[in-house]
Design a binder for this molecule. Structure first.
Ligand code: PLP
Length: 405
């Protein structure tokens, strides 16, 4: 019997790998020094640990350690990238290009910059979540300073053609930032070979601790600069002040090193489990996988269960299986996911969608249990549903009006 509840929400956060935790522990009480204290061994020990972690993190994306600016996570790294570039390159222009399916922290930062005089182009995606690169190139103007496109989408797992986007940016002398929070540690990333100028990542999405991440800022060809958004002691080459979270950074480094070593094997194992789950659930009728299934992360699948009320479906098993729904709970209202809507899903179908995101500690037994529970729940709910009955009777559902929940 599998132990419940089962965690299949690894795109929201991951547990800290015990090997990572072990590395972190000494840096809380025993080696507690401030990495900026240059005058005594307590500081030197902390600084040495940070330097080592910086190398581990840099290696994960083939960067130079000097190009890593530690932050509190990807939200901060994305804010620093967008606001920092906007302020630093203001004389060159005020135009930023991004995509409608980006994470909220990119979209909200763009909205904020819009009020400060930035012009933002939000590119649409097709029904598989993909960008049109001709449209991207056509959107560039002499005022364009930055293109920001996520490496992989957090809801559907789609991987954007990063190298091609970077080449377009380079051709037009525009900076290219990518939010790689979901991709880092899951698929190989090489900032040199791919031509990335700025990149955000976060430890807690890759089996490290919460509250730590980084912004990669290229130092050569071209030398990129961002205006600090946090002023103070001039830490992190003046781009991000504040006493460094030494245990967190040590954990981030350890997590990055493990990911680099185990990524390929882990991706193979998880994609096999993910495919097993997907194929089994697709045996049900009227089930659809959202997003392109070829260019995507190994561990995510987002599935719509037509004619099932999403909230009811979640409630049928969410005490035993932790997943995310196609609804984003914003304050009091249950909004359908804007990412799924950007793919052209209606409110109904977006609400009936579930993201399963697998991780390092999931087992085949857990997936087998999940398949059974979800299949049972969908079948049971459909048996109770008048809509399903109408659909089975061959009534043209396009003529049936129903209210969004
Ligand atoms: C989780 C996530 C973020 C936010 O990262 P934090 O470190 O939690 O601030 C940003 N972008 C994407 C794509 C994410 O998945």
């Amino acid at each position: 019997m599998v132990k419940l509840p089962i965690y299949l929400d690894n795109s929201a956060t991951t547990p800290v790998d015990p090997r990572v935790l072990e590395q972190m522990i000494p840096y809380f009480s025993e080696k507690f020094g401030n990495a900026a204290s240059r005058s005594h061994p307590f500081g030197w020990v902390a600084e040495e640990a940070v330097d080592y972690a910086r190398e581990q993190v840099a290696k994960l994306i083939n960067a130079d350690p000097k190009e890593i600016i530690f932050t509190s996570g990807s939200t901060e790294a994305n804010n620093l990238a967008l606001k920092g570039v906007f302020e630093m390159y203001r004389e060159k222009g005020n135009h930023i290009i991004t995509v409608t399916t980006e994470h909220k922290c990119i979209l909200d930062t763009c909205k904020h910059l819009g009020k400060q005089g930035a012009e933002i182009t939000y590119l649409n995606v097709n029904d598989e979540g993909e960008l049109n690169l001709q449209e991207l190139e056509a959107a560039i103007t002499p005022k364009t300073i930055l293109i920001s496109v996520m490496y992989a989408n957090n809801e559907i797992g789609l991987i954007h053609p990063i190298k091609e986007i970077a080449a377009i940016a380079k051709k037009h002398n525009v900076l290219f930032h990518t939010d790689a929070t979901q991709a880092a540690g899951k698929v190989p990333i090489d900032v040199q070979a791919e031509g990335i100028h700025l990149l955000s990542m976060s430890a807690h999405k890759m089996y490290g601790p919460k509250g730590v991440g980084c912004l990669y800022v290229r130092r050569k060809n071209p030398r990129v600069k961002v205006t600090a958004q946090m002023d103070g002691g001039g830490h992190e080459r003046g781009m991000r002040s504040g006493t460094l979270n030494v245990p967190g950074i040590v954990g981030f480094g350890a997590a990055a090193e493990i990911n680099l070593k185990e990524m390929i094997d882990e991706a193979a194992r998880l994609s096999k489990l993910r495919d097993k789950l997907e194929y089994a659930l697709m045996e049900l009728e009227e089930v659809h996988v959202n997003g392109n299934r070829e260019h995507r992360l190994p561990h995510i699948t987002n599935i719509s269960f037509k004619w099932v009320e999403g909230e009811g479906l979640m409630m049928a098993f969410n005490k035993d299986i932790a997943v995310s729904s196609g609804s984003a709970c914003t304050s009091a209202s249950l909004e359908p996911s804007y990412v799924l809507k950007a793919l052209g899903l209606g409110d109904e179908l977006a609400h009936s969608s579930i993201r399963f995101s697998l991780g390092r500690f999931n087992t085949e037994d857990q997936i087998d249990f999940t398949i059974q529970r979800v299949k049972d729940a969908v079948t049971k709910l459909r048996d109770l549903s008048p809509l399903w009955e109408m659909y089975k009777e061959g009534i043209d559902m396009a003529t049936v009006e129903f209210k969004a929940h």
